[in-house]
Design a protein around this ligand. Structure first.
Ligand SMILES: [Zn+2]
Length: 467
């Protein structure tokens, strides 16, 4: 009999890991790192509740680290099967996983230096070599709804989820899963994109299924009707008038591309002057190239810009700083300019050097375009703290602080309901996952109220039989 176990992405938005079992075969869907609170991060160090060597295959819905960052650990612990995911996700993982390996190494080194460890020496969760070994196992599949066999008795089809490039809804069909030898179909929403966002296609219509798992990041919130273009245009025009710099901390994959797309549009509509735009993140530059490579995932507008041989992610005066030296040289430049750099929450990366120079400058503006998690330097600046600690220095915050709302890669609960309306057959059971506990409960409530379906909010390490 088929069953599913929830080993992450429940009670939290991180650590997504769902184990499907049928007829002795085991397939893991997503393999994410727990992030945020210490008690969650500690789970990354516990042995998984299944033997990685026993897994027949892994399926990945999209490249974000909270869905993929545990993969190299799985490989370090002996997993050697295939990892099935969309072609674009494979290319993004080639950028993200080695970087994650380097971050793990730096983290271990830091704990050793600071004596923050009871193990001596502290070892990384995994290193860059483990990440490279993981890339060898990737098995790219088209994101077009056609089924592939992931192991004996398990078929999977991937279709556009519209969340970031390469993100997929995944339908898994387990053969011979019931007493009458019928199959069980399980649809995973992965992270579901918002409708009508730039660059990517809208989420594909959900296929009929027996069981359905849907994300609930915004299960208790709506995005509202704010226009990010107006807000960003005002900020840029003001800075241009004052001949002052702008710093935009942004995640390298997804958010940086959305910001570039918007700035180019505003320039073309002559709503802002063409200012120098500097992308100071080698990862972001590589991710931008991947974004242009996968035309099958682009929405019509993006495709038509590309068809006119224009570059949708290139503003009028844009440069990329690849080397550290180029990045440092940016410090000597003066006047109005826009620097986009990672990380998006000021927790590390090149953006810190820019923040150290810009935060004390009353003329400069720092613009937040993404969620700032509790405890991060970005959150402290956004909350109006007058001084923040960056790389052991106390930095006064005198600059202007702006926030652009409206960027989100996640469907809010109304958009999730809109997506669910596409189902023609009532699923036997729906699971709401990938949300804080209140959000997952709220999403379950919205679905029950709207459709009257059987909705379950699963608990960590729970196993449910799929009859
Ligand atoms: Zn995601």
């Amino acid at each position: 009999m088929a069953k599913i176990s929830f080993y992450g992405g429940v009670g939290t938005v991180t650590g997504s890991k769902y184990l499907l079992e049928n007829n002795g075969r085991k397939v893991l869907v997503d393999c994410g790192l727990f992030q945020g609170l210490k008690e969650l991060r500690e789970r990354n160090w516990q042995d998984p509740p299944f033997n990685p060597q026993d897994l027949d295959a892994v399926i990945i819905t999209h490249a974000h680290i909270d869905h993929t960052g545990f993969l190299p650990r799985l490989v370090k612990l002996g997993f050697s099967g295939k990892v099935f995911t969309s072609r674009a996700t494979c290319d993004l993982l080639k950028i993200l996983l080695p970087d994650s390996g380097r971050l793990q190494e730096e983290d271990a080194e830091y704990r050793n230096r600071k004596n923050l460890t009871s193990h001596s020496p502290a070892l990384p969760l995994y290193d860059e070599d483990d990440a490279m070994a993981t890339l060898e196992l990737l098995n790219p599949v088209p994101n077009d709804g056609n089924a592939v066999e992931v192991c004996e008795g398990f078929q999977a089809s991937f279709n556009v989820a519209g969340h970031i490039l390469g993100a997929s809804l995944v339908l898994v069909e387990m053969e011979n899963a019931r007493e009458n030898s019928e199959s069980v179909k399980f649809l995973f929403s992965g992270d579901l994109g918002h409708y009508d966002q730039p660059i990517l296609k809208d989420p594909a219509i959900p296929s009929d299924c027996d069981y359905l798992m849907v994300e609930s990041t915004y299960g208790d919130r709506l995005h509202g009707e704010v226009s990010s273009d107006d807000q960003l245009a005002d900020i840029i025009n003001e800075a241009a008038k004052r001949n002052a710099p702008i710093l935009i901390p942004a995640f390298a994959v997804g958010r940086t591309q959305e910001v570039l797309y918007l700035i180019r549009e505003l320039e073309e509509q002559k709503r802002i002057p063409v200012l120098p735009v500097i992308v100071d993140s080698p990862m972001a530059a590589q991710a931008t190239q991947v974004y242009n490579r996968f035309s099958e995932e682009h929405d019509e507008e993006y495709a038509s810009i590309l068809a006119h041989k224009k570059h949708p992610l290139r503003t009028g005066s844009m440069r990329t700083a690849s080397t550290r030296e180029e990045s440092k040289r940016l410090n000597d430049e003066k006047g109005a300019r826009i620097i986009i750099s990672a990380s998006g929450m000021l927790t590390g990366g090149r953006v810190l050097h820019h923040a150290m120079r810009m935060l004390p400058d009353p003329k400069a503006t720092i613009v937040f375009v993404g969620y700032q998690a509790a405890g991060t330097t970005g959150r402290r600046v956004q909350d109006g703290e007058r001084e923040v600690r960056i790389m052991k220095n106390w930095i006064p915050v005198n600059c202007r602080i702006a926030k652009v709302e409206g960027f989100s890669a996640h469907a809010d609960w109304k958009a999730v309901l809109r997506w669910l309306e596409g189902l023609k057959v009532t699923p036997k059971m729906v699971f709401t996952t990938h949300g804080e506990p209140e959000a997952a409960e709220a999403m379950a409530g919205h679905i029950r109220e709207r459709f009257g379906w059987n909705v379950v909010v699963p608990q960590y390490e729970q196993t449910i039989e799929l009859v």
